[in-house]
Design a protein around this ligand. Structure first.
Ligand code: HAM
Length: 441
């Protein structure tokens, strides 16, 4: 029968890599917690209206990239293309904004966009995102950017640059839209059909169209920074001031408009040139109108999301030293049926105590079991034969040192635990002293 392949633009995460992802994800969530963000989980699919209203019906994401379908009940459903709209919907729906503010939410989610796949651009991808709702202070913008930058520090990422911009508020945008319209009208014949449609409704969206001809024209367009109202200007100045105080280097890039409609005032991106054309690893900004747009009160908010596939590419490019994958604590080699039954019981006792214990479930020879135990990196082995069962005593071998200790069957779990903890402690101590010697030398 013909083999079935994973859909284009999706990736399987195999065991050889999944432990790295687990490490990265738990590190990200822990950094989030240290900044006060708590995890939120929302459904992978939402009502299509949520994204049409939240992300904006003139964006590339909504117009061209959404996975939308009718369910069996005739509802229009969309796989989430991003995490912010769902997070805001959940916050409004569950009255989370009635509690003490700011509300700080974090998430790890899969997202779906029908884009042309290439390195760092997938149709199913993953984001670590955070949303902070209930604050209009520019200090919140600066601290959020600082948080993002601390993530890269935590992974020792070098050569990543922070680009910031302000895209104003609906007040200053009215003037800007007029200027943009005038500019693009002069080039209307060269715009793609989607952008011709955007000219009336939302000319800012032409600025991030991926069509090469539109891109070329957009390059000469007026920039929003020249049109900011006093309030937006003041906000942006303060964000920059706080970033300077926090010693976070940034570049002002007046061409950043972001691809989603909800943004107001500060927007930012962390960009790397180490991972090819899709260099934006993290993007975010303020979205002061979104909560109200989605049926909540008028609550200012901001957030960011980081593409995990892009972060992994960056870590691989920088030869990041991931902690080693976990290996079994003990492998029970058994000779014969009776021994295998004993192995089953002992391993069960140890796994109940939180150890990773394995037994032979393939019916291999003793030699092959030993070879396998070595291959999977078991820290200890115990060989069980008929004699051992008769004597009621087992040898436990430390595979690194070759040392062996004895245990009776009844006290096996306790003996193993004591031996294991003593060994780990000794190892940690010797790592510590080795480190000291290296430092001194
Ligand atoms: P975004 O810029 O659309 O923003 O996506 C955030 C990040 O997700 C990007 O910087 C990139 O790393 C990753 N990403 C986006 N599309 C793809 C793709 N097709 N394949 C792989 N990675 C991708 C948002 O989604 C906003 N919700 C961020 C935000 C949160 N703003 C405020 N709060």
């Amino acid at each position: 029968m013909a083999q079935i392949k994973a859909p284009r633009g999706t990736q399987d995460l195999l065991p050889a890599d999944s432990y790295k992802w687990k490490y990265v994800e738990s590190t990200l969530m822990a950094i989030g917690e240290s900044f006060g963000f708590k995890e939120l989980r929302t459904p992978v699919f939402e009502s299509t209206d949520l994204f049409e209203r939240g992300v904006g019906d003139t964006t590339d994401v909504v117009q061209k990239e959404m996975y939308t379908f009718e369910d069996k009940g005739g509802r229009s459903i969309t796989l989430r293309p991003e995490g912010t709209a769902g997070a805001v919907r959940a916050a409004v729906e569950h009255g989370l904004l009635n509690d003490a503010l700011p509300l700080k939410l974090s998430y790890l989610t899969s997202c779906y966009r029908y884009e042309k796949p290439q390195a760092g651009r997938l149709r199913e991808f993953h984001q670590f995102g955070v949303e902070c709702l209930g604050t209009a202070s520019p200090m919140a913008d600066a601290q959020l950017i600082l948080f993002a930058s601390r993530i890269f520090d935590a992974f020792g990422v070098e050569g990543i640059s922070l680009e910031i911009n302000s895209i104003g508020c609906p007040k200053c945008r009215a003037e800007y839209h007029k200027a943009l319209k005038a500019y693009f009208e002069a080039h209307i014949d060269s715009l793609c059909d989607t952008c011709k449609g955007r000219l009336e409704k939302n000319p800012m969206r032409i600025l991030d169209c991926k069509n090469p001809e539109c891109k070329k024209i957009a390059h000469g367009a007026p920039v929003i920074l020249d049109y900011l109202c006093e309030d937006c200007k003041d906000h942006f100045e303060k964000v920059k001031d706080y970033l300077d105080i926090a010693d976070i280097p940034y570049k002002i890039n007046p061409r950043i408009v972001r691809g989603l409609d909800y943004y107001t005032k500060t927007v930012f991106e962390f960009v790397s040139d180490a991972i090819g054309a899709q260099g934006t690893v993290l993007g975010g900004g303020r979205y002061d109108g979104l909560v109200e747009e989605l049926g909540g009160k008028s609550v200012p908010a901001l957030g960011f999301a980081m593409g995990l596939e892009r972060l992994m590419l960056l870590l691989e490019a920088g030869k990041f030293a991931f902690p080693a994958a976990a290996t079994p604590d003990i492998y029970f080699c058994s000779i014969g049926e009776n021994a295998l039954k004993v192995a089953l019981t002992l391993a069960d006792e140890l796994t109940a105590d939180g150890f990773h214990a394995e037994i032979d479930i393939l019916g291999r020879s003793l030699k092959a079991q030993m070879k396998y135990a070595n291959k999977i990196g078991a820290k200890y082995t115990a060989v069980i034969g008929d004699d051992d069962i008769e004597n009621g005593v087992l040898n436990i071998k430390n595979m690194e040192t070759g040392e062996t200790i004895q245990s009776d069957f009844l006290g096996f779990a306790d003996t193993f635990e004591n031996e294991y903890l003593a060994y780990i402690e000794k190892k940690e101590f010797s790592n510590y002293t080795d480190f000291g010697v290296e430092e001194d030398g």
